[in-house]
Design a protein around this ligand. Structure first.
Ligand code: HEC
Length: 293
């Protein structure tokens, strides 16, 4: 009986181990292709992303000096990586699998394709599949935003151009105001017209700094790419309120904490230390009294 139970346990352990080794990629993700053309520029950007986020486990490609983890991270220049489609690599880096972190919220979508482009630079036989043109994808390599205020029209204007200064038409751009705790959206996302221009109403009742400045962020719709640009413009009501980090507040650093908090904290600490000294001095007295007898 005991033997049978041991046998079952071993079988389960082996089955678990084997199933854990397979990292399945859904078919549609497997077939996904890069919207960016891989060039020496994307390879260089990918190398930077890799050095910052990946070498700590994967080591230097071609050196095989990856960290000995289970399952093994492996060397990106090897067949194990290179035999996979760009889509499969993208899916794995984006979603991760413990201990490999999930990178889709850590680096941008562009960065993920850059890294794959870097991986492919170690594979002489690699030929990039045709680029995905089905959706308009504007990468940060190609896009440039220009954010200005049209004072007469009372509008904020965002002009989207590519690196050749040609307008990018028909892309969704959302505009935000940077705040301490997240970004405040300024109405609906707008599509650029044939001149690459999108217009937004200047919001009323927004408070800025002393000069009425706020930081605006124009962001591409995430379906269309992940370029963003920020610009500080004087479109808000000037205020002379000290900024949040200058106020005495619970969240601020030690010496800028509220006075009542500093006081009560100090009293508690002093009382506890005082009490400790009292006990120690009493112990000393006890010992002395004992010796005297
Ligand atoms: C904390 C360590 C760690 C970091 C950091 C890390 N990885 Fe990994 N990576 C792993 C491990 C471990 C595996 C194997 C996971 C598995 O098979 O379940 C792996 C697997 C992979 C795979 C799949 C390999 C295959 O054979 O299918 C790719 C692709 C990959 N990593 C790319 C990256 C990239 C790109 C980065 C940086 C953006 C990165 N990794 C950062 C540990 C890490």
């Amino acid at each position: 009986m005991k033997q049978k139970i041991y046998f079952c346990l071993i079988f389960l352990a082996v089955a678990f181990r084997l199933s854990a080794q397979l990292w399945e990629v859904p078919e549609d993700k497997n077939l996904r292709v890069s919207p960016l053309k891989f060039t020496s520029e994307t390879v260089k950007k990918g190398e930077a992303v890799f050095m910052k986020n990946c070498t700590s486990c994967h080591g230097m490609p071609t050196k095989g000096d990856f960290v000995k983890l289970v399952p093994s991270p492996g060397d990106p220049s090897t067949v194990k990586f290179q035999a996979q489609t760009d889509g499969a690599l993208f899916y794995k880096i984006a979603t991760g699998r413990s201990p490999m972190p999930q990178f889709k919220d850590i680096v941008s979508e562009d960065d993920l394709w850059f890294v794959i482009s870097y991986f492919r630079s170690f594979n002489k036989d690699y030929v990039q599949p045709a680029i995905d043109n089905t959706k308009q994808y504007v990468s940060s390599v190609k896009a440039k935003f220009d954010i200005t205020v049209l004072t007469n029209e009372k509008k904020i204007q965002v002009i989207a151009t590519d690196t050749l200064n040609k307008p990018i038409k028909g892309i969704g751009i959302a505009l935000f105001i940077k705040r301490y705790f997240g970004n405040l959206p300024l109405g609906e996302e707008r599509k650029t017209n044939e001149n690459g221009v999108a217009l937004y109403d200047i919001p009323k009742n927004i408070l800025g700094d002393k000069a009425g400045n706020v930081e605006l962020i124009a962001k591409l719709n995430s379906e269309a790419g992940d370029y963003k640009k920020s610009e500080t413009l004087a479109i808000a009501i000037p205020t002379s309120k000290p900024s949040l980090t200058q106020q005495r507040a619970m969240w601020n650093i030690g010496f800028k904490a509220p006075i009542w908090l500093i006081l009560s904290y100090s009293i508690v600490v002093l009382t506890i230390w005082g009490f400790l000294f009292y006990i120690v001095s009493m112990l000393g007295k006890l010992r002395k009294a004992g010796n005297d007898n």
